[in-house]
Design a protein around this ligand. Structure first.
Ligand SMILES: [Zn+2]
Ligand SMILES: [Zn+2]
Length: 930
């Protein structure tokens, strides 16, 4: 038997090899299952999980690592538990991020996307994608993610693009897509609208400028009175169309119905009354700029005011801004403030800190700005998406959130949702399939590119230049990856088998971006697909997934959020290089539970590498014994491996016990994983392997493995069989958490002739099979406790390492029997020569007390009285020295007045303990025989 494991565990040596093997052997490919009638019920549905597609520009960070470790653990566990399992990977084309990346390259080359033109630019992005796009998935491969690489997708793939186009056209046909002017968050750098969710707010120290607007008299001349407004963005005043006040504001009752002169622009604007205005804020008068503020936009709609957009796409003032046209927004701001001051119209200028929105991608300050965009009328989609999550009258839910609190967050958002702006002014993405007609000015939306306007037949049509929001396509993924919209009688096996998926594991940050959009679009479009029997699809079968698990954040060891500016970002790839993937996965798992952030501490990873090393060494011990046994003709039957090990009632206690521990651990781990308690699962396995198996069982079983001439071969074989079969089962239990180490050792156990291609394709020790022998557990607990106490006593009274001693044991008869039956075990583990059952421990014997027993170690030390007297005398002198030194310092006023209080306290404590030790030493000296 070779079993030639290298001496030291070296994760890098084994992980690359297995990662490559899993991919090459297509081990985790999940072909489309064909259902027979018997297994078409829910239990037989595959476990299906979509990888939240990373951006094609992405690099793996700790958040991905946690997300993927959690998904991989669950997928491996479900697969090993007998379910078909499909984990489906892919990447997102990530409109803004990817376009920015390539634009940056073009800038370095001294050119730009505008110079290239749309077609050449798009081709350039594809080229970039072909070269660099797969990096993050390559990292996943190296980390051993058990995904089906045969099904890998990219959101711009032809078949997924067909789905995107169909969804747009269908929504348009259903009257749910419209084009309109609306205030959007505009990024002047990216020159596109961005979603509310893509705006990050930072505190910004700015100013609040007060501007005095002259009130006009009946003849339209300045009346000499002013109405003062306050603003943080004075340049927007160029687009003001009114000033609003609260109708009941006593200060301004006399101004009702009057008009103002807009300074700098010399435009007459009305004073309007609206209850939305807060009388308490600022001066209680609000300038209204519908084209540059969402609240003002709403005000403008209510009062039928015009909207004057004063900025262009790059946030420069446009022709609507009069003499300020052409100036950058901040240059214009300075000039406007200056001009107002010159004209005596500038009021107070106050320091003001407010939250300013920045583009999440490029950090440019976002400009709320009116523009023409495409929208989805979201209400009917949102209604279904609410029904899919809201508990029904019986408290039943179709989609279950873990942690449960996210259900409320989701519902609250969905109940207050606004129409979704789906257009982006980018070149990279799915171009909106709409054609504008220059003849009749109507729009044609079509599945096939049209050559003429469907309204008037004109050939003078041009395609919309906007692309769709990236989340429009990723929101469709659960339906589109399984073949929608082409679900036909002979092309629906994937859809029927895998939809709805089982679970989504993702971070909170994309709850609204992605989770909510998938639910809306899944319920809407899958809802239109009939069930296999032709009946209408109920909502419960339309949802994209049945459960959502929102994972926590990985923070640094001090619980600080990782950030580039703080410089505390941990690169998972670096940590993996140092400690191995298995140790990093185990670190994350050991701290992952619903709703709890993870404080990632490298010291812990080091600890789990030591754990892996401990298991490695256990395997080496095991193989050494297997090989020695083979020399005398003892082998472990292969049939003993692969299942749930059992122990006969008459087997030795340690065999019954370790089997019971394994069963109990398996039961705990299965329950924990069922409830996303990765931490409980990982810690149970850890305790089993390190505590029960390595620290106790291996020590005991050593005593049974007798390979001598006179050995009882049957007993040795039984012990060896338990050892190997328990270890093999424990590897399977650990496998989802440490897939590489367990794969390596499992193949070694089978001597490279394993019953399956991978441990990942074997059966997980299940809770159902667990039959815990409680009596064995209790008996072993008693013996372990006895051994621990005896070892502690021996240490206390200074028994030499190799000496054996008798013990005195006071214990109830029933428990005493257990000890006597297993006396050999106690004797070997605690170096006991004899166990004396007593009614009372002898007076001169050192003893320990526990609730179950009292134990004493009988040990008479033969000592050299003269040497001991010398030692004690020296010790006494030392203590006296310490005490007198302390006395001298404490009585020195100079010292006392200068020394910090903790130094004085420390000195007093030192003196106190020296006094105690002195007393004890004197007592010992006095008790020495003459
Ligand atoms: Zn930007
Ligand atoms: Zn037309």
């Amino acid at each position: 038997m070779p079993h030639d494991l290298p001496k030291a565990y070296d994760p890098t040596a084994i992980e690359d090899r297995w990662a490559e093997y899993w991919v090459n052997e297509k081990l985790f490919a999940q072909p489309t299952p064909t259902f027979t009638d018997q297994d078409s019920h829910q239990d037989a549905k595959p476990f299906t999980i979509l990888l939240p597609p990373p951006n094609v520009t992405g690099r793996l960070h700790m958040g991905h690592m946690l997300n993927q470790a959690e998904m991989d653990i669950l997928t491996r566990w479900r697969r090993m538990s007998g379910r078909r399992a499909l984990w489906l990977p892919g990447t997102d084309h990530a409109g803004i991020a990817t376009q920015m990346m390539v634009e940056r390259q073009l800038t370095e080359e001294g050119t730009s996307r505008q110079k290239l033109g749309r077609e050449a630019f798009t081709e350039r992005v594809w080229e970039w994608k072909r070269h660099y796009g797969g990096a993050i998935l390559d990292q996943m491969k190296r980390l051993g993610a058990s995904v089906d690489w045969q099904r890998e997708y990219f959101t711009m793939d032809e078949r997924l693009s067909v789905a995107v186009r169909e969804a747009f056209v269908r929504l348009h046909e259903q009257g749910l897509i419209y084009r309109g002017a609306y205030i959007v968050n505009w990024c002047p750098r990216c020159q596109t609208a961005i979603s509310d969710l893509e705006v990050v707010y930072d505190e910004h120290k700015g100013h609040l400028w007060e501007i005095r607007y002259p009130v006009l008299d009946a003849a339209g001349n300045d009346s000499g009175e002013f109405l003062t407004v306050a603003t943080t963005r004075p340049e927007t005043m160029l687009g003001d169309v009114a000033v609003a006040i609260h109708p009941k504001d006593e200060r301004y009752l006399h101004l009702h119905g009057k008009k103002l002169r807009l300074p700098l622009m010399d435009r007459e604007i009305p004073i309007i009354l609206d209850e939305w205005v807060s009388r308490e804020f600022g001066t209680g008068a609000v300038k209204v700029t519908p084209a540059h503020d969402p609240n003002d936009f709403a005000l403008g709609e209510r009062h039928h005011l015009p909207s004057i957009n004063v900025m262009d796409d790059t946030a420069h003032i446009n022709a609507e801004g009069g003499t300020y046209a052409g100036l950058d927004r901040y240059v214009a701001r300075k000039k406007i403030v200056h001009d107002l001051e010159q004209q005596g119209l500038l009021g107070a200028v106050k320091d003001y800190t407010n939250n300013v929105g920045h583009c999440d991608r490029c950090k440019t300050v976002v400009e709320p700005r009116l523009s023409t965009q495409w929208f989805i009328k979201i209400q009917p989609l949102a209604e279904k998406a609410i029904a899919a999550v809201k508990p029904d009258a019986d408290g039943k839910k179709i989609i279950k959130f873990t942690p449960e609190m996210y259900e409320k967050t989701y519902l609250n958002w969905m109940e207050n949702i606004h129409d979704w702006c789906i257009s982006r002014q980018l070149w990279w993405g799915h171009r909106i399939p709409a054609w504008h007609c220059s003849t009749c000015h109507k729009t044609t939306v079509a599945r096939q590119d049209p050559t003429v306007c469907t309204h008037c037949g004109s050939v003078d049509i041009t395609q919309e230049t906007d692309v769709l929001d990236t989340w429009f396509s990723s929101g469709l993924l659960p339906v589109s990856v399984f073949g929608w919209p082409n679900i036909t009688a002979d092309n629906r096996a994937d859809f029927d088998a895998f939809y709805p998926t089982s679970l989504l594991v993702t971070g909170f940050d994309i709850l609204f971006f992605w989770v909510a959009r998938m639910i809306m679009m899944g319920c809407w479009f899958a809802g239109e697909v009939p069930m296999p029997d032709g009946s209408a699809r109920p909502l419960s079968e339309s949802v994209p997934y049945r459960e959502v698990y929102i994972h926590a954040l990985v923070r640094d060891a001090n619980r600080e959020k990782m950030s580039k500016t703080k410089g505390n970002v941990i690169d998972p790839i670096e940590i993996v290089k140092q400690y191995g993937t298995d140790a990093v996965r185990f670190t994350l798992a050991s701290m992952a539970s619903p709703g709890t952030d993870i404080a990632f501490n490298v010291a812990r990873t080091e600890g789990y590498r030591a754990f892996a090393n401990k298991i490695w060494n256990a395997a080496r011990f095991l193989f050494m014994n297997v090989d020695r046994a083979a020399e005398i003709g003892i082998t472990v039957e292969r049939s003993a491996l692969g299942g749930m090990p059992q122990a006969d009632a008459d087997a030795p206690l340690e065999a019954r016990w370790i089997v019971a521990e394994l069963h109990s651990t398996a039961a705990k781990v299965n329950v924990a994983l069922e409830n996303y308690r990765y931490d409980d699962a990982a810690n149970s396995i850890y305790q089993f392997f390190w505590g029960s198996f390595c620290d106790w069982y291996l020590e005991i079983v050593k005593l049974r493995l007798d390979f001598s001439e006179t050995a009882d071969k049957a007993s040795t074989k039984a012990a060896l069989t338990t050892l190997v079969s328990v270890f093999e089962a424990a590897l399977r239990l650990l496998s989802p958490f440490m897939p590489f180490l367990t794969e390596e050792l499992w193949h070694a156990i089978y001597d490279e002739k394993p019953p399956a291609k991978s441990i990942a394709l074997t059966r997980y020790p299940s809770a159902a099979e667990a039959k815990v022998d409680e009596a064995a557990l209790a008996a072993m607990e008693l013996l372990k406790s006895l051994v621990v106490e005896v070892r502690a006593l021996r240490k206390e009274i200074g028994v030499e390492e190799k000496a054996t001693t008798p013990i005195e044991l006071r214990i109830a008869a029933e428990l005493g029997k257990v000890v006597q039956q297993n006396h050999a075990l106690v004797e070997r583990l605690a170096r006991v020569s004899e166990i004396r059952s007593v009614g009372q421990i002898s007076a001169d014997v050192s003893k320990h007390n526990t609730p179950e027993f009292e134990v004493g170690v009988v040990y008479e030390r033969t000592i050299d009285v003269r040497a001991e007297r010398q030692r004690l005398t020296k010790e006494i002198a030392k203590h006296e020295q310490v005490i007198s030194n302390a006395d001298r310092q404490l009585n020195n006023p100079g010292f006392i007045s200068k020394a910090p209080s903790h130094v004085i306290e420390g000195l007093k404590k030192q003196q106190e303990s020296a006094k105690q030790l002195l007393d004890k030493a004197r007592e010992d000296l006095n008790s020495l025989p003459e």
